[in-house]
Write a protein that binds this ligand. Sequence first.
Ligand SMILES: [Zn+2]
Ligand SMILES: [Zn+2]
Length: 313
Amino acid sequence: MLKQCKLCGEPASVRVPYARLSLCPKHFTEYVERHVRNTIKRYKLIKSGDRVVLAISGGKDSLALLHILNNLRGEVGFELSALNIDLGIRKDDYSLKAVQISEKYCRELGVELAKVDMKRDFGFTIDEVFSSNHVRRPICSSCGVIKRYVTNKVAVELGANSLATGHNLDDESAVLLSNYVKADIDLLVRSGPMLPSRGERMVSRIKPLYETSEKETTLYNFFKGIQHLEQKCPYASGASTLRLKEVVNALEEEWVGSKIALVRSFNKKIKPILAEHYSKNSKDIDLCEACGYPTSTKICSFCRLKKSVSKNC
Ligand SMILES: [Zn+2]
Ligand SMILES: [Zn+2]
């Protein structure tokens, strides 16, 4: 049962079980911001003087993170700008709505927004990838290739030190569990709250919500009155990720704090061992012969995807 806010005595609206705290809306949103601040500190994600570009999709996690980073930028002393990609998904006006929401909140907060339009800037859209007869990858995997490539390229062009994304604790613990089960060493080594740059034309990728749960970002937005894009991507099936998240949340119910324990113990104890192994066996990073951005093959996966789509035209 909810009691009084531990900090001010007002009626509490939220219980944070792993922290054993009952909090009112104001103190809950402050708690989430402090929690993200501690994650940034714990994993040394951002340092004073950094230029951080945040990729925003209009969804709940990236919009919560936009507000949280905006509140922290003075205290930590970093520059913040945002980046949105119009993927060109026409169904239900999905991309249009995502762009509009991103613009609205960046304008409100005074955060500069770099806008990428896939059709205008790269000549193709996700709709075209989907309807192409020459692309073999599943659509969500192609979308992942596009997002990784474009966000890195824009962040490099903006002179950023790092690119922040809204991946949360539920995403990360679920993926971690699945990679453990499959013993996918490559993916395990490349997971974590920070992926450092591995050479030129590559920025570090950081996940400040690494220890913040989906429930916390949802409630944060609710109490702050932030209206994120509720609608899911029309192409996303997401069934397997959803099931995995149910599994980690069932574990959390049985064993309070297990999601955080899972990601923390991985980073502290397992990842250093894997990273050492990987550094001896990893492929070298080269620059793509077509676009000049990092790749481990001659032509990067983005350029190959673009070429497959253009075969249709
Ligand atoms: Zn309170
Ligand atoms: Zn390329």
